[in-house]
Write a protein that binds this ligand. Sequence first.
Ligand SMILES: [Fe+2]
Ligand SMILES: [Fe+2]
Length: 258
Amino acid sequence: MGPHAASRPLTLSEQADELEERMMNELNDKVATKSALFNLADGNLDYVSGAELQARNPGKYFLMGADPRLPKMPDKPTLIDFFKHRFVSMNHLLQSATLALKAGHEEKVVLACLLHDVGVAGFIRCDHGYWGAQLIEPYVDEEVSWAVRVHQALRFFPDESVGYKYPDMYLKYFGPDYKPEPYIVEEYKRARVHKHYMTARLICVNDIYAFDPDAKVNLDDFVDIIGRNFKQPKEGLGFDNTPSSHMWRTLMWPTRFL
Ligand SMILES: [Fe+2]
Ligand SMILES: [Fe+2]
């Protein structure tokens, strides 16, 4: 029984939370916890302390490792393992990279296209370019991570020289009045004069804005390019003590208590 029960009837959202919590606990010997961010995404600032959560789950310990509801990851995970077992939307990345490959771009550009939305696929939509770049930074050429970072800003600004227009999809998604925030405008201005500008621009050009659920794409087509251009650590992603190791571990174990 939750803490609300004594004082007032549960709201619908509290009932849903309690059901979700019960289901979580039935699935696990151990109690999986939701981080603050996951609750924020549901529009609430709820915080349940460890003591309270344990009181609701008598006799149980908190999960401090793999969540059994998610696909099992190997001890030394590779980028391919994350593609297969953690990224929620591989198709868009593969379609974009396939387009870049067919257009004959160099491998760095193909890799940048393959990884451009790992932020969305693995973490979060907000500022996905920045998250994605930080995640891959220790393992790729700085041109690739830089391009992934700034494609987020560039995609709002046309470049006639390569036939890139403001995406129709954005008009549909954000409305005709949407204007990028000042930090995006500033990022664009800096990127416009950067030596790797065209790499980031090519991400936008090869970004698929009309998603085709039936497109035939295959991760196997990119295994060699990943092998040559992504420095897979021998210890496995998450265990190699880089500035983004903790991000890979969080992707692996998103419901650890700490
Ligand atoms: Fe993107
Ligand atoms: Fe994209």
